[in-house]
Design a protein around this ligand. Structure first.
Ligand SMILES: [Mg+2]
Length: 124
C-alpha cells in the first residue's frame, strides 16, 4: 500500500522534525517546506499530498498568506489545511477559516493530536 503524503510547512526545523518523526512512525510519508513559498512549490512538485500542517508565523510568505494565495488561484482545493500556531488570535483564526483552513492546533501540542488529525483527514 502506498504511504499517505503529509506536508509540513514551518520555519522551525525542530517543529518540522517533531511532526516528521511522529507521523513517520505512524506510516505516513512526510514532505517538508520552510515557508509559504516553499509550501506552494512542494504542493506543485509532489503529487498526491493528502494533508498540510501549516505554521502561521513564517518569513517571506506566512501561513495565512499561503492559504489566501491558494484560495485566490483556486488550486489544491481538495487538500485540507491544518494551522499550527502558538497564539489564539481570533482574527487570525477567522482569516484562516475564511481562506479555507479545516482546523487549528495550538503549540505546544501532544503527538496524539497530530496523529488524530492526520488519520481523520487522510481517510479515503
Ligand atoms: Mg513559525
Amino acid at each position: 500500500m502506498q504511504k499517505k503524503k503529509v506536508l509540513i510547512v514551518d520555519d522551525s526545523v525542530t517543529m518540522r522534525q517533531q511532526i516528521d518523526l511522529t507521523l513517520t512512525k505512524e506510516g505516513f510519508e512526510l514532505i517538508e517546506a520552510c515557508d509559504g513559498e516553499d509550501g506552494i512549490k512542494k504542493l506543485k512538485e509532489v503529487e498526491n499530498i493528502k494533508l498540510v500542517f501549516l505554521d502561521v508565523n513564517m518569513p517571506k510568505m506566512d501561513g495565512l498568506e499561503m492559504l489566501e494565495e491558494i484560495q485566490r488561484k483556486g488550486i489544491f482545493t481538495d487538500v485540507p489545511f491544518i494551522m499550527l500556531t502558538t497564539e489564539i488570535d481570533k482574527r487570525k483564526i477567522q482569516r484562516a477559516k475564511t481562506a479555507g483552513a479545516k482546523g487549528w492546533i495550538i503549540k505546544p501540542f501532544e503527538p496524539y493530536q497530530i496523529i488524530d488529525v492526520a488519520n481523520k483527514f487522510t481517510q479515503d
